[in-house]
Design a protein around this ligand. Structure first.
Ligand SMILES: NC(=O)c1ccc[n+]([C@@H]2O[C@H](COP(=O)([O-])OP(=O)(O)OC[C@H]3O[C@@H](n4cnc5c(N)ncnc54)[C@H](O)[C@@H]3O)[C@@H](O)[C@H]2O)c1
Length: 428
């Protein structure tokens, strides 16, 4: 059997399953060295990519043209990846409305791969999961649907993805890649395979569960650290102390960690802690700190709007029908992704108080915006029009915007991100 795996090592034919923020850049990186087929169930995504458009903005039209049609082919048909021998799964791992892991995409992708799996093949999972998903959920599906035997006929690996959408510095090949395998030979093979495209180097994790756990704690740690500074901002606002000034002063100590208050949304930091918490609870331990972090961060939209309302009421301003503007709608800066953005919660809170709210975000995907909000985002900004302007996302393009020009004479600017550093503004 190791012989068949050796053949794969000498002639890797790679299939990427799921061409989103993670799968597409990885497919393109592998396509610089190997023949790659990208598979996605979303027909529109494939036709857009074939026409040179990546809605995630991770790859430019030029970058797409360099690989598509030469070393990278794209398909919605499983038949087109049937002769591949390495299957890398990069599908979403969301949570349900009750914040439990929704493994449906991972399960469906495993079923698809199982239907074409052959002796000697290797399946690698990159989606963020809780420790145990690869071996306890995916491998049984691969075995059952293919009729093949795990670690005898086929092999499995887990290699978490660490890219940061919108970040053009820490791109896929420049981030150390953690790799794990179901056998020592698989680990060696995957280490070599990824090592051939990752400039930053490979870290070999001793087990698949270790690699799964490492990824989920990276994002959980970030969530907890941000929750801590968010909690500080709630406490210090009661004391009339500027949190950002406190953090600046404390940051002069060599081992003080630099985190800043803000909204935590998206489908990684705001979601992954629930995966770890779910598994922990299944094993009988309810995590205190992890879930407290989630609660604090989820409370921030309410806190921000309450601060604004208190301020306006203290100025004897009428809130009903007051025009409000939010700058930024996406879940993070310089990224078009609106999924699970906490700006939506800020908008809802403002609506409940009766504000008439507009949103301006040149980076946000227009089609998804209308689906989420039911109205169009602003394309032009009106001057001296708003009672409140909220800077919610620090897109680089907002450097060109002067919020003071947008508010009425007695209006207020709430700078959630501490972006403008103007002493007249309100901050977290
Ligand atoms: N986006 C990030 O910043 C980031 C960073 C690191 C890790 N991750 C993790 O990587 C995984 C993928 O995230 P993403 O942001 O790339 O997701 P995404 O939603 O951008 O893309 C996923 C793609 O998978 C496709 N897909 C869904 N089900 C499929 C199936 N059964 N078969 C084939 N294709 C299918 C979708 O159509 C979509 O194009 C998630 O687990 C995420 O947590 C994401």
């Amino acid at each position: 059997m190791v012989l068949q795996q050796l053949e794969t090592m000498n002639n890797p034919k790679i299939a990427l399953i799921g061409l989103g923020y993670v799968g597409l850049p990885l497919a393109a990186a592998f396509a610089n060295e190997y023949k790659v087929v990208g598979f996605d169930i979303y027909t529109k995504r494939i036709s857009e990519l074939n026409s040179g458009l990546d809605y995630t903005n991770e790859l430019s039209t030029e970058q797409l043209k360099e690989v598509i049609g030469t070393s990278l082919t794209l398909t919605t048909s499983l038949e087109d990846i049937a002769n591949c021998n390495i299957f890398i799964v990069t599908v979403p791992t969301p949570v349900t409305s009750s914040k439990s892991p929704d493994l449906t995409p991972v399960i469906k992708a495993s079923e698809s791969v199982a239907s074409i799996l052959k002796k000697g093949d290797t399946v690698v999972y990159e989606s963020t999961v809780y420790p145990g998903v690869t071996e306890e959920v995916c491998v049984p599906i691969l075995e059952e649907k293919s009729g093949l035997k795990y670690n005898y006929d086929f092999f499995v690996g887990y290699s978490p993805e660490r890219i940061n959408p919108g970040d053009k510095k820490h791109t896929i090949t420049k981030i150390t890649k953690v790799v794990s395998g179901s056998t020592p030979e698989t680990l060696r093979f995957l280490s070599e395979l990824y090592g051939s495209i990752i400039e930053a180097g490979i870290y070999e994790a001793p087990t698949i569960k270790t690699a799964e756990a490492a990824k989920v704690i990276e994002n959980t740690q970030r969530d907890i650290n941000i929750a801590f500074v968010n909690e500080l901002s709630i406490i210090f606002s009661k004391m009339g102390i500027d949190t950002n000034e406190v953090l600046k002063a404390a940051g002069t100590k060599w081992n003080f960690l630099n985190f800043f208050p803000g909204l935590v949304g998206g489908h990684c930091i705001g979601v992954d802690p629930y995966y770890l918490a779910y598994k922990s609870q299944e094993l009988g331990y309810t995590p205190e700190m992890i879930l407290a972090g989630r609660r604090i961060n989820d409370h921030m939209p309410t806190f921000i709007v309450n601060q604004i309302v208190k301020h306006l009421l203290s100025q004897n301003k009428n809130i009903k029908d007051a025009p409000a503007l939010i700058l930024g709608a996406t879940f993070k800066e310089n990224c078009p992704d609106l999924r699970n953005s906490k700006v939506f919660d800020v908008f809802q809170e403002l609506k409940e108080f009766g504000f008439k709210t507009h949103i301006f975000d040149p980076e946000a995907d227009s089609e998804t915006f209308i689906k989420e909000y039911g109205f169009q985002k602003l394309s032009v900004l009106s001057k001296s029009h708003y009672d409140v302007v909220i800077l919610a996302v620090s897109h680089d393009c907002f450097r060109e915007v002067n919020p003071k020009e947008l508010i009425k004479e007695d209006g207020v600017v709430f700078d959630v991100k501490g972006f403008y550093k103007d002493t007249d503004f309100l901050y977290l």
